[in-house]
Design a protein around this ligand. Structure first.
Ligand SMILES: *[C@@H]1O[C@H](CO)[C@@H](O)[C@H](O)[C@H]1NC(C)=O
Ligand SMILES: *[C@@H]1O[C@H](CO)[C@@H](O)[C@H](O)[C@H]1NC(C)=O
Ligand SMILES: *[C@@H]1O[C@H](CO)[C@@H](O)[C@H](O)[C@H]1NC(C)=O
Ligand SMILES: *[C@@H]1O[C@H](CO)[C@@H](O)[C@H](O)[C@H]1NC(C)=O
Ligand SMILES: *[C@@H]1O[C@H](CO)[C@@H](O)[C@H](O)[C@H]1NC(C)=O
Ligand SMILES: *[C@@H]1O[C@H](CO)[C@@H](O)[C@H](O)[C@H]1NC(C)=O
Ligand SMILES: *[C@@H]1O[C@H](CO)[C@@H](O)[C@H](O)[C@H]1NC(C)=O
Ligand SMILES: CC(=O)N[C@H]1CO[C@H](CO)[C@@H](O)[C@@H]1O
Length: 214
């Protein structure tokens, strides 16, 4: 059986996450294709925004270690940190953080980032299970981060669905056509994890800026 390693983030597929949430009246809005997102979300508690802040801060603390353990086990040229800007340049089209203290904008940015990262992590994990199944430290770090990302997404979903009238969030993935070779899938993983290290750090410091004591 041939292994396909289309790690690359799939084509220009705008993933429409239609979040058809209920209006205040309780009337369903366009419930024809009820969103996955709001479907599984339950009641949020009062502290969910604070939990999100903490979850982002925790993920930020682990991001560099994840990138490093990933790079260590990809072999040449990825273990040569000097050349990463050439080998796996950070892709400007990946989701980014806007400097803002508007809660709704913060939550939507985070949602885009973590849906994208969650999907990418699934592929990175699949490929590393093929390339480096015996490297427990790497497999575990990926698993830990995936678990934490899912917890964060469930909190984000809960808040976006219950408190904000978010009708949909677009997440655009890149093209997968070119990425079916081992080296290229390693490169893609490297790009995603480098991007993630930077973006989660920006997200964490944006939260800090917004909650500075006056
Ligand atoms: C994950 O891999 C599949 C195919 O292997 C590809 O279609 C999909 O676009 C990839 N998704 C991401 C987010 O990388
Ligand atoms: C996260 O990724 C997994 C697959 O790796 C997928 O099953 C799950 O639906 C994703 N969660 C969200 C909220 O996108
Ligand atoms: C994964 O998480 C477990 C439990 O939280 C922790 O003991 C372990 O050190 C973590 N491993 C890695 C590689 O991050
Ligand atoms: C990943 O984490 C989940 C939840 O903690 C655990 O059930 C599972 O066994 C872990 N898998 C690996 C390969 O470590
Ligand atoms: C919610 O969003 C929809 C679509 O963007 C809009 O038509 C509707 O008026 C909004 N409702 C409220 C209560 O803001
Ligand atoms: C960045 O991603 C876009 C699609 O998301 C892709 O077309 C482009 O080739 C990528 N650039 C690099 C340098 O990987
Ligand atoms: C994306 O990939 C598809 C096939 O998977 C191809 O038809 C399309 O031209 C590619 N788009 C770009 C911008 O490379
Ligand atoms: C409201 C809600 O879903 N809160 C969850 C946020 O995430 C933490 C950690 O995963 C959970 O313990 C909370 O229940």
């Amino acid at each position: 059986m041939q292994l396909t390693m289309n790690l690359m983030i799939a084509g220009v597929i705008p993933l429409l996450l239609a979040l058809h949430c209920k209006l205040m009246s309780g009337k369903p809005v366009l419930m024809k294709k009820r969103s996955l997102m709001c479907h599984s979300s339950s009641q949020c508690n009062h502290h969910v925004y604070g939990q999100i802040r903490h979850q982002v801060a925790d993920l930020n603390k682990q991001a560099s270690a994840l990138l490093n353990v990933y790079l260590e086990h990809q072999g040449y040229p990825f273990n040569d940190k000097q050349n990463l800007n050439d080998i796996c340049p950070i892709n400007a089209s990946f989701p980014s953080v806007h400097q803002t203290c508007n809660k709704k904008e913060i939550l939507i940015d985070l949602y885009k980032i973590f849906v994208f990262f969650n999907a990418s992590l699934g592929n990175i994990t699949r490929d590393q299970n093929n390339f480096n199944p015996a490297v427990a430290q790497l497999i575990q770090a990926l698993n830990n981060t995936s678990n934490a990302v899912r917890g964060l997404l469930s909190n984000l979903t809960c808040l976006l669905c219950s408190e904000y009238n978010v009708s949909h969030v677009d997440v655009t993935y890149g093209n997968s056509s070119d990425w079916n070779k081992k080296l290229q899938s390693k490169k893609q993983g490297c790009q995603v994890l480098r991007w993630y290290e930077g973006v989660v750090s920006e997200a964490a410091s944006n939260f800090k800026e917004c909650h500075k004591p006056v």
